[in-house]
Design a protein around this ligand. Structure first.
Ligand SMILES: *[C@@H]1O[C@H](CO)[C@@H](O)[C@H](O)[C@H]1NC(C)=O
Ligand SMILES: *[C@@H]1O[C@H](CO)[C@@H](O)[C@H](O)[C@H]1NC(C)=O
Ligand SMILES: *[C@@H]1O[C@H](CO)[C@@H](O)[C@H](O)[C@H]1NC(C)=O
Ligand SMILES: *[C@@H]1O[C@H](CO)[C@@H](O)[C@H](O)[C@H]1NC(C)=O
Ligand SMILES: *[C@@H]1O[C@H](CO)[C@@H](O)[C@H](O)[C@H]1NC(C)=O
Ligand SMILES: *[C@@H]1O[C@H](CO)[C@@H](O)[C@H](O)[C@H]1NC(C)=O
Ligand SMILES: *[C@@H]1O[C@H](CO)[C@@H](O)[C@H](O)[C@H]1NC(C)=O
Ligand SMILES: *[C@@H]1O[C@H](CO)[C@@H](O)[C@H](O)[C@H]1NC(C)=O
Length: 506
C-alpha cells in the first residue's frame, strides 16, 4: 500500500439541497421560521456566545482536524467556519483567559498563551463570577462514578485554588451526567447538564443554587429539553448550552441526530431552540416542559439587516475569511487555483502532514497534489498521526452529489487512491483506483464495517464491487451520491463524457 507517485486531485463537491420537509408559512408576530439543524453535518456538543452583533459557536471534532471548529453567524441561520487551518493540535483542549473568548467556556483556545489544567473527567466548562473568580465545571468519568464536579481555577497557572474538584450535582438519576455549564442570573447560579448517555435517552436537566458551591436544587420540571421517548425525526437532543442575543432573547443550542434511517447517517448536528427565561424562574425551552426540538422551528431571530438596496440576511465576513469559503450546507466547487489556500471548510483525519498537499503545483496548475502514505485509514493510531493522506468535507446535506477528478496511475500492487465516505476507522466506504495483480487496474468499491468480509468486498447490506478499468483512462471522475436518506450510489465517469457508471451501493 505504499504510494510512490503523487495523486492529482481536483475536487468538485456539488451539494444539492433537497429538503424533505416543506417550509411552514405560519408567521406568529415577530417570530421567524428557520430550519434545524443550524450547523448541519458532524457538529456535536455545541457551545455558543454572542459578542456584539455576532455569534460564535464551537463544537466537538473528535478525530477530525482542525479540532474544535469555530463557526460564526449574524443571523443564527447561516454559519461559516472560521477556524484557522494551522491551529496547533496540542493547544486545543486548553484554556484561554482572554475576555473576548471567556464565554466559550474553556472549549477553545485561540490565544497565544494557553494554560494547562488537570481534571479527571471530560466536558470541562469555564464560569467567570462577578467577583473575578473563575470556576471549572466538568463531568467525572461516569463509569467510575457519575458526578458533575467543580473547582476554582487560577487562570495564570491552571492550578486549583480549592483542592480536589467537588461534586456539585449528580443530576436527576439519568445515565452519565455531563456537559455542564453554569449561568448567573437574578441572584441564582443555574447549572445546566446533559443526562441519558449517547443512545436514544439524552435529555437536558437543570438545577440552581444561590451559592456557586451549592447546594443545587433541581428544576421542578426536569428534563427541560428532550426528544427521548418520542418518535420525532430529531432524536438524541441533548448536550445543550444557553446564550442571550443582543435583543435579550435567550436561545439554546444542542446536539441532535436525524432519524432518517436506523443508521443516523448525518451524525450529531447542532440545533437551535428558542428559550424564554423569566426573572427568578427556570428557563422554558421551545414553549414546553419538557421542550421539544423539531426541524421546522420559529423564534425571534435577529432582525434582517439591509445592505445597500438589497435586504438580506447579512452574515459577517471577519477578516480571517478568504474568498472561496462557503457557509455550512452550501454548494462548493474547489478549483485549487494557483496561489490559493486550501478552503477552511476542508477537514483532515487525525493530525495531518500538510507537506503532503500542494495546491496547484507548477506542472499541474488548478489541481491539488496529494502525496500518498504507507498508512491506511483503517489503522489504529497511538500518536494521532498515522493515516492515509486524507482531505474531506463534512456531509452537511442529507441528499448530495460529490465528485472528484482523479489523475492517478498506480504502478505497484496495492497502490490505491480515491474517494471515501468516512464515519470512523472501522466504518467507511472506499471507492478507489487500485493496481492489483501487477499492472491490472481496477475501480474498487469496498465496505468496511464490523460485518463486512474479504477485505470489504463482501457485506450483508451494501453492494461493494470491482470493475476492470480500460487501459487508457487516467482522467477519471469519481462520484458519490446520496440518492436518498439511506442509500449512497458510488460511480465513476471518464472525464469529458459525463456518463456515470455505477460501481455499487452503500
Ligand atoms: C452524589 O452522589 C454521591 C454518591 O451517591 C453522594 O455521596 C453525594 O453526596 C452526591 N452529591 C450530591 C451533591 O448530590
Ligand atoms: C424514557 O423512557 C424510559 C423508560 O420508560 C425512562 O426510563 C426514561 O426516564 C424516559 N426518558 C425521558 C426523558 O422521559
Ligand atoms: C427511527 O426510524 C426508524 C425507521 O423509520 C423507526 O423504525 C424507528 O422507530 C425510529 N426511531 C425512533 C426513536 O423514533
Ligand atoms: C443595487 O445596487 C447595485 C450596485 O449599487 C446596482 O448595480 C443594482 O442595479 C441595484 N439594484 C436595484 C434593484 O436597484
Ligand atoms: C491498515 O493498517 C493496519 C496497520 O495500522 C494494518 O493492520 C491493516 O492490515 C491495514 N489494512 C489494510 C486494508 O491494508
Ligand atoms: C489475481 O490473480 C489471482 C491468481 O491468478 C486470481 O486468483 C485473482 O482473482 C486475481 N485478482 C483479481 C482482482 O483479478
Ligand atoms: C453484524 O454482526 C453482529 C454480530 O455478529 C450482529 O449482531 C449484527 O446484527 C450484524 N449487523 C448487520 C447489519 O448485519
Ligand atoms: C433509496 O434508493 C435506493 C436505490 O434507488 C432504493 O433501493 C431504496 O428503496 C430507497 N430507499 C428509500 C427509503 O426511498
Amino acid at each position: 500500500m505504499f504510494l510512490t507517485l503523487p495523486v492529482l486531485l481536483s475536487l468538485v463537491l456539488s451539494i444539492t439541497k433537497c429538503s424533505v420537509y416543506a417550509a411552514s408559512d405560519t408567521k406568529v408576530q415577530a417570530l421567524k421560521d428557520y430550519k434545524n439543524p443550524i450547523i448541519s453535518g458532524f457538529s456535536p456538543d455545541p457551545s455558543c456566545i454572542h459578542v456584539d452583533e455576532q455569534f460564535f459557536c464551537v463544537t466537538s471534532s473528535f478525530s477530525a482536524f482542525p479540532g474544535i471548529p469555530v463557526y460564526t453567524s449574524r443571523d443564527l441561520v447561516q454559519w461559516e467556519q472560521i477556524v484557522a487551518q494551522a491551529q496547533r493540535w496540542d493547544i486545543l483542549c486548553h484554556v484561554n483567559a482572554g475576555h473576548h473568548w471567556k464565554a466559550v467556556r474553556g472549549l477553545v483556545a485561540i490565544g497565544e498563551h494557553p494554560i494547562r489544567f488537570t481534571f479527571t473527567g471530560y466536558d470541562t466548562s469555564l464560569f467567570w463570577d462577578d467577583d473575578g473568580k473563575v470556576y471549572v465545571q466538568g463531568s467525572h468519568y461516569w463509569r467510575i462514578f457519575p458526578a458533575v464536579q467543580q473547582f476554582q481555577i487560577d487562570l495564570k497557572t491552571g492550578a486549583s485554588l480549592n483542592g480536589d474538584p467537588v461534586t456539585i450535582w449528580n443530576g436527576t438519576g439519568g445515565m452519565a451526567p455531563e456537559g455542564p455549564h453554569i449561568y448567573k442570573k437574578d441572584g441564582f447560579y443555574y447549572l445546566l447538564i446533559a443526562e441519558g448517555g449517547t443512545a436514544l435517552g439524552p435529555m437536558v436537566t437543570m438545577a440552581r443554587a444561590t451559592n456557586i458551591h451549592g447546594p443545587y436544587d433541581p428544576c421542578p420540571y426536569n428534563p427541560v429539553l428532550t426528544n427521548a421517548n418520542t418518535t420525532e425525526y430529531l432524536q438524541t437532543v441533548g448536550h445543550a448550552d444557553l446564550f442571550e442575543d443582543s435583543n435579550s432573547n435567550w436561545w439554546s443550542v444542542a446536539l441532535a441526530t436525524r432519524n432518517a434511517t436506523v443508521d443516523f447517517p448525518m451524525g450529531r448536528e447542532t440545533i437551535l431552540v428558542p428559550v424564554v427565561w423569566h426573572d427568578g424562574e427556570f428557563p422554558v425551552f421551545n414553549r414546553g416542559t419538557p421542550g421539544r426540538a423539531y426541524i421546522d422551528m420559529n423564534g425571534p431571530l435577529p432582525a434582517r439587516k439591509s445592505a445597500g438596496n438589497v435586504t438580506k440576511w447579512l452574515s459577517v465576513r471577519p477578516t480571517l475569511l478568504t474568498s472561496g469559503d462557503v457557509h455550512v450546507g452550501q454548494h462548493q466547487r474547489i478549483q485549487f487555483n494557483p496561489g490559493s489556500k486550501l478552503p477552511r471548510k476542508l477537514i483532515y483525519y487525525r493530525y495531518p502532514d500538510f507537506s503532503a498537499f500542494t495546491v496547484s503545483p507548477p506542472s499541474h496548475p488548478n489541481t491539488l497534489r496529494i502525496m500518498g502514505s504507507a498508512n491506511n485509514i483503517s489503522g489504529t493510531s497511538s500518536d494521532l498521526t498515522g493515516t492515509s493522506t486524507f482531505i474531506a468535507r463534512r456531509q452537511d446535506e442529507v441528499e448530495f452529489t460529490a465528485s472528484v477528478s482523479l489523475d492517478f496511475e498506480p504502478r505497484v500492487d496495492g497502490e490505491e487512491a480515491g474517494l471515501t465516505l468516512f464515519l470512523n476507522k472501522v466504518q467507511h466506504f472506499d471507492l478507489g483506483v487500485v493496481a492489483l495483480n501487477g499492472t491490472q487496474r481496477f475501480i474498487r468499491l469496498r465496505t468496511i464495517t464490523a460485518n463486512s468480509t474479504d477485505g470489504g468486498s463482501v457485506d450483508p447490506i451494501s453492494s461493494p464491487r470491482m470493475i476492470i478499468l480500460p487501459q487508457k483512462s487516467n482522467h477519471l471522475r469519481l462520484v458519490v451520491q446520496a440518492v436518498n436518506a439511506s442509500t449512497y450510489m458510488f460511480g465513476y465517469s471518464d472525464q469529458g463524457n459525463g456518463v456515470v457508471h455505477t460501481v455499487g451501493y452503500g
